[in-house]
Ligand binder design. Structure first.
Ligand code: GLP
Length: 241
């Protein structure tokens, strides 16, 4: 893994935004995998800022987000879909027809997960996957467990993960859904290139274990050690020893 350290989340985000815009300039039909959460907020702000100055055209870019809460869809303001519209898609001009998203309100969640895998394959696979990491080492909503799912699936969220997502729900953990739909480990590992971002002291232990520890289902991000093209971008607080 290629580890890159930055003084703070802002510097990290400015650098990653420049890198992403350059990738889109080189390959206008780039297929992006995207995360939500607090970590990517400064990245999306940097993309909103830099896109007009760089003149980057997002109209042919395709996006697939990692996950969505079960029960929430585009019209729910707490949904990850609504978050992405607010933070990125509308401002940079992603074509709505090119947005891939899991529908948390799908009547048949298993069928919805299958549809998502097919949509990613039909787009030619993910070129660049941007990831955050949970304090417990989860990626997407692949939580530590004795076994992990390869494909997109329905996931039960751990209490700590629900607490970490409470901000979207006015700080009320009881309103955070108990389940989500998430890309699986193979869905993520099949991306051609992966960039994981981690900021803040709360992520330092997970980052350290991801890089140095054994590959274990108890720390799902450790499976990234198997991928040939992973860059880990950290601020000083999240920096491994
Ligand atoms: C959330 C998301 C992940 C995200 C992670 C870290 O639960 N499902 O995709 O990377 O947890 O979130 P944050 O950046 O807010 O710490």
């Amino acid at each position: 893994m290629n580890i890159q350290r930055f003084t703070d989340g802002r510097a990290l985000s400015q650098d990653l935004a420049r890198r992403m815009l350059a990738a889109i300039d080189r390959q206008p039909g780039l297929v992006l995998g995207l995360p939500t959460g607090r970590t990517p907020l400064p990245l999306y702000a940097a993309l909103r800022e830099q896109t007009p100055a760089a003149g980057t055209d997002w109209s042919a870019v395709r996006t697939f987000n990692l996950d969505e809460f079960v029960g929430l869809g585009a019209s729910d303001r707490e949904s990850y879909r609504a978050y992405m519209e607010r933070e990125l898609f509308a401002a940079v001009g992603v074509n709505p027809a090119h947005v891939g998203f899991l529908d948390g309100r799908a009547a048949d969640p298993d069928a919805e997960c299958g549809r998502y895998e097919e949509a990613i394959a039909a787009a030619g696979g993910i070129d660049l996957m941007i990831l955050g990491i949970g304090a417990n080492g989860h990626i997407g909503f692949n939580e530590p467990a004795t076994g992990l799912h390869a494909r997109t699936h329905r996931a039960r969220l751990q209490p700590g993960t629900r607490a970490a997502n409470a901000a979207l729900f006015g700080g009320d953990i009881s309103r955070v859904p108990e389940e989500a739909l998430s890309m699986g480990m193979a869905t993520i590992l099949r991306a051609r290139s992966v960039i994981l971002m981690a900021t803040g002291a709360g992520k330092a232990a997970a980052v350290d274990a991801m890089i140095r520890g054994p590959i274990t289902t108890m720390l799902p991000a450790s499976f990234l050690q198997l991928h040939p093209d992973v860059t880990v971008m950290v601020d000083l607080a999240a920096s491994p020893r």
